[in-house]
Design a protein around this ligand. Structure first.
Ligand code: F6P
Length: 421
């Protein structure tokens, strides 16, 4: 049996992902779904991640896909920015595990710079090709943060503080080393591909483009009865605008709340539902959520804003929402907007993220710069008031994502890339 090694070391990597937990987002979907899809081509797939807290060493995702957890530096969660410091231990532990269990791999596919570091170490040990998908780029993230600071006039913390939080120097250096050693670098958007060429000095021949997808069995239009039951269960309001994501500054929830102040003036009964964070918020996340609440209070919007944390049936929220908004000031891709469109809910998508390159403004979705809160409010109002536009975007968005972002297509493409290595 042919075997593939996927590596994704940060966050809470589980077969049923707990989205909203720190460092746990779209990348988990990407890795799990790509693994499942690769398995359909006759492979067994092992996903290597870090073992911490109470997670088991092995977890089955399906008959052919499993998660293998190897410990490094104790039981506590380690943020993705600093994980690399401890990964040499994980590499050694995994090599030992493979020797013990007689495991060999046909190729390695690593995700994000922490896992890329592991991939660079393991590829020569196994003597196999290494494909690296950065998902997000240190240089681009830093540039976007600086641009947002110029656009908003809100200065960034001093250089050292930014460094302390994001570890950009080490990240960018490591990304460069990984990219120049990997056999192929996988960009997830055309913009990313250009930055990998221009800023990381990788030639276009060594880069391929593979876009992320969504869970089609979960994110789809729901029948009325099932949806109504979920609406009752979660006490969802009759009309609401939805945003979904982790709690970090660059998700732009503050901008969306400001935009809602204008929307509510015209449609007083509309709610904004923020399904953000998880049921285990960190201190930092609690502080950020409190700031959002204070902002809502200062704008007299407390009755119009509802906060939800992790929910199992997120598809019901997408289905019940009238409009979905992705207001990030920085977003490597923006999977949640794809999920909402897959459920037939029209999306307003940030122009500051990777997804915009795949969407046609006014046809599949509305594209808006979230820093312009007036424009954001106008886009929301348009979709809430204009039924024809709403139906058009709902239909076109649905078709677009179901035709473009499917894992079968993505796995097929990935295998073609691998076969050429
Ligand atoms: O933290 C969740 C996550 O989705 C990762 O798994 C992903 O690759 C990453 O965000 C991107 O992070 P950043 O742009 O902050 O480096």
């Amino acid at each position: 049996m042919k075997r593939i090694l996927m590596i994704s070391t940060h966050g809470y990597f589980e077969s049923k992902p707990s989205f909203g937990l720190p460092d746990t987002g779209g990348q988990v979907v990407f890795v799990i779904e790509l693994s499942r899809a690769l398995a359909k081509f006759g492979y067994e797939v092992d996903i290597l991640t870090r073992r911490f807290e109470d997670f088991p060493q092995i977890e089955k995702v399906s008959d052919e896909v499993r998660i293998i957890r190897v410990p490094c530096d104790g039981r506590d969660f380690i943020p993705k920015e600093y994980l690399v410091k401890y990964l040499a231990e994980l590499v050694d532990g995994f090599v030992e595990y493979c020797q013990h269990n007689g495991l060999e791999y046909e190729f390695i596919d690593s995700h994000y710079w922490d896992a890329g570091f592991v991939g660079v170490k393991l590829a020569p040990i196994f003597g196999v090709p290494h494909m690296f998908t950065p998902h997000s780029l240190g240089i681009w993230k830093k540039m976007q943060m600086q641009q947002t600071s110029v656009d908003t006039g809100v200065g960034l913390n001093n250089e050292e503080e930014v460094e302390r939080q994001h570890n950009f120097r080490q990240r960018i250096e490591t990304e460069k080393t990984i990219m120049s050693s990997a056999n192929k670098v996988i960009a997830t958007t055309p913009e990313q591909r250009d930055i990998i060429c221009e800023k990381y000095g990788i030639s276009e021949r060594e880069i391929a483009l593979t876009i992320p997808g969504f869970y089609p069995d979960k994110f789809r239009r729901m029948d009325k009865d099932t949806l109504n039951k979920a609406i009752d269960k979660y006490k969802l309001p009759p009309r609401f605008v939805l945003a979904v994501g982790r709690i970090t500054d660059y998700k732009g929830y503050d901008l969306l709340i400001k935009a809602m102040a204008r929307v509510v003036k015209e449609i007083p009964d509309i709610k904004l539902l923020l399904r953000i964070g998880s049921d285990r918020l960190t201190e930092e996340e609690i502080r950020k959520k409190t700031e959002l609440l204070q902002l809502a209070e200062s704008l007299d919007l407390v009755d119009n804003i509802l906060f939800y944390n992790y929910v199992e049936e997120l598809e019901a929220f997408y289905n019940a929402a009238e409009v979905f908004v992705l207001p990030s000031t920085y977003e490597p891709f923006g999977m949640v907007a794809i999920e909402s469109m897959a459920c037939g809910t029209p999306a307003i998508v940030t122009t500051k993220g990777g997804l915009k390159s795949f969407l046609k403004d006014g046809h599949d979705a509305l594209l808006v710069d979230p820093l312009d809160t007036r424009a954001l409010a106008e886009a929301i109002l348009k979709l809430l008031k204009d039924r024809t536009l709403h139906n058009k975007l709902s239909g076109n968005g649905y078709k677009k994502v179901h035709s473009m972002f499917t894992w079968a297509t993505i796995a097929d493409r990935s295998l073609k890339i691998i076969k050429q290595l």
